[in-house]
Design a binder for this molecule. Structure first.
Ligand code: BEZ
Length: 211
């Protein structure tokens, strides 16, 4: 069965462009993003890896370790890395797993046989410090992902892990958030002493809690 939210993120050891990687040990107490690519030396993947390299400081700020994966060999990855730097203006600055035997791809269900039985789809897994799956995304090979959206979701995941709030549609850092419906008004008063705006009894908006 496909990995679902709340499941344990499978551990693995693999070769990568940064040397051998033991996934759980590598993540340590950080958050993690594991994302797959259909194939080396392909145009959409090249732009995606360049974009993630450019955004690396943003992932670092959020205490997130990023790991890419493609089902080609380490030698192939090493050749491709030069193209990424040359064409995207950003050198790869995170490990790219060489999953030539598809061990990790199969563990995470990144191959969808009705799309392609040889290439992975574009999967994204966000993993919490507890090594549980917090988010899954699946894109087809023909559509590059929006990594600003991945960062936005991580902001929401990290906020809602800490406070009894949820984030509305299109929420961004600094926007109002929603008091979770499971918290009654009496208990909400203790947590949000400055009050909130009741749009409906089940839709109560508060400014984003600080830190
Ligand atoms: C790409 O990364 O450009 C790509 C890979 C596989 C199929 C289609 C596009």
């Amino acid at each position: 069965m496909a990995l679902q939210l709340g499941d344990d993120a499978p551990d693995f050891t693999a070769e990568s462009t940064d040397g051998p990687i033991k996934f759980h040990e590598y993540l340590g107490s950080s958050w993690g993003v594991l994302f797959s690519h259909p194939k080396d030396f392909t145009p959409v993947c090249t732009t995606e890896l360049g974009r993630v390299a450019a955004l690396k400081p943003e992932f670092d700020k959020r205490n997130v370790k990023v790991v890419g994966l493609s089902v080609d060999s380490l030698d192939s990855h090493k050749g491709w890395v030069g193209d990424i730097k040359e064409t995207q203006g950003h050198a790869l600055n995170f490990p790219l797993v060489a999953d030539h035997d598809k061990k990790v791809a199969n563990l995470y269900g990144m191959i969808h046989p009705n799309a392609s039985d040889t290439f992975t789809v574009r999967s994204v897994f966000v993993i919490g410090p507890d090594k549980k799956i917090k988010l899954t995304l699946t894109y087809p090979a023909s559509t590059g992902r929006n990594f600003d959206e991945v960062l936005r979701v991580i902001d929401s995941l990290q906020l809602t892990a800490k406070h009894k709030v949820a984030t509305p549609s299109d929420w961004k850092q600094g926007g109002d958030v929603i008091i979770v419906p499971s918290l009654n008004d009496a208990d909400a008063k203790g947590l949000f002493p400055d009050g909130w705006k009741t749009v409906k009894p089940y839709l109560r908006l508060v400014p984003q809690p600080k830190s």
